[in-house]
Design a protein around this ligand. Structure first.
Ligand code: SAM
Length: 267
């Protein structure tokens, strides 16, 4: 593969085990973005601002080596933190190298799972979920899969907070952003807000654009709130999308689900 072809690839193999040297030297922290002392605690601080309490169950999607997980495990009641990632070696590094024995005692190892297709079923419903810097690394179809499978595991009213690199509506789709770091078609990805509303179509989520939440590299936040009905079982009609966030505040999704539910009840 030429350098140019490689550079254009969207396929970064996130599942590939990290070399032992990266584990032993702590270089794995860089792999998930560094900023260990600030961006770990910030995730907990933010979720507490959003209403997270110790008795809540939290799922950390793309949890990596527990940069945020360390703080969540400390804050939550024992056994209430769950994390998934595509890379098992990151999960091992997080559990074995980042957690003190006391924190390991609060986190059953089987609450951490390596999964390639968002297998998020742990047999318990979640009050909160977070995906910090996950959408920046996955395709829109992977986002759809994540949202679809996560919706089944959330409590009605449960909230999923996810970060992503947003492009303003006026940004040309064919120009990279962030000094060439983010692309429409290449990893690292940026998305317009309507891309995300599109990805959630037909699913029982109500979406809210939150925006800035003090991410060190400028990723913004979106909230998905699980509406109280099972996933809609019908295809949705095609819709025209406008690129401004205000036009895409999720109630359309909620009302679709509500209508679907009413129709089912009438049958
Ligand atoms: C930038 S890191 C952020 C990790 C963690 N959320 C944090 O704040 O430290 C992105 C993480 O997403 C994981 N990832 C990438 N693709 C994934 C997928 N399809 N399913 C689950 N995790 C994935 C990577 O392995 C990596 O740990």
């Amino acid at each position: 593969m030429s350098e140019e072809t490689e550079r254009r690839s969207t396929d970064v193999d996130y599942a590939k085990p990290l070399p032992q040297e990266a584990i032993e030297t702590g270089r794995y922290r860089q792999r998930v973005g560094g900023e260990w002392e600030t961006h770990g605690p910030r995730q907990l601080e933010y979720l507490i601002e959003q209403g997270l309490r110790p008795e809540h169950r939290l799922l950390d999607v793309g949890c990596g080596a527990l940069r945020g997980g360390i703080h969540f495990v400390e804050y939550l009641d024992s056994g209430n933190y769950y994390g998934v990632d595509i890379n098992e070696t990151l999960l091992d590094a997080g559990y074995e190298r980042e957690l003190t024995p006391e924190l390991q005692g609060k986190l059953p190892r089987d609450h951490l799972r390596a999964t390639e297709r968002f297998d998020l079923e742990f047999g318990v419903p979640f009050d909160f979920a977070i995906a910090q810097s996950l959408f920046s690394h996955i395709s829109l179809n992977q986002i759809r899969l994540c949202l679809f499978r996560l919706a089944k595991e959330m409590e009605p009213g449960g909230r999923f907070l996810s970060t992503w690199f947003v492009a303003p509506p006026e940004h040309p789709l064919d120009e990279p952003r962030d000094n060439g770091a983010c692309w429409t078609e290449r990893n690292v990805f940026f998305y317009y807000y309507p891309d995300l509303t599109y990805a959630a179509r037909g699913m029982p989520w109500e979406m809210h654009y939150i925006g800035d939440w003090k991410h060190p590299r400028g990723q913004v936040m979106v909230e998905y709130r699980r509406v109280g009905a099972p996933p809609a079982d019908e295809a949705l009609p095609a819709q025209q999308y406008d690129a401004s966030p205000e036009k895409h505040q999720g109630p359309t999704l909620a009302s679709r689900v509500e209508r679907g539910l009413k129709r089912r009840l009438r049958r």
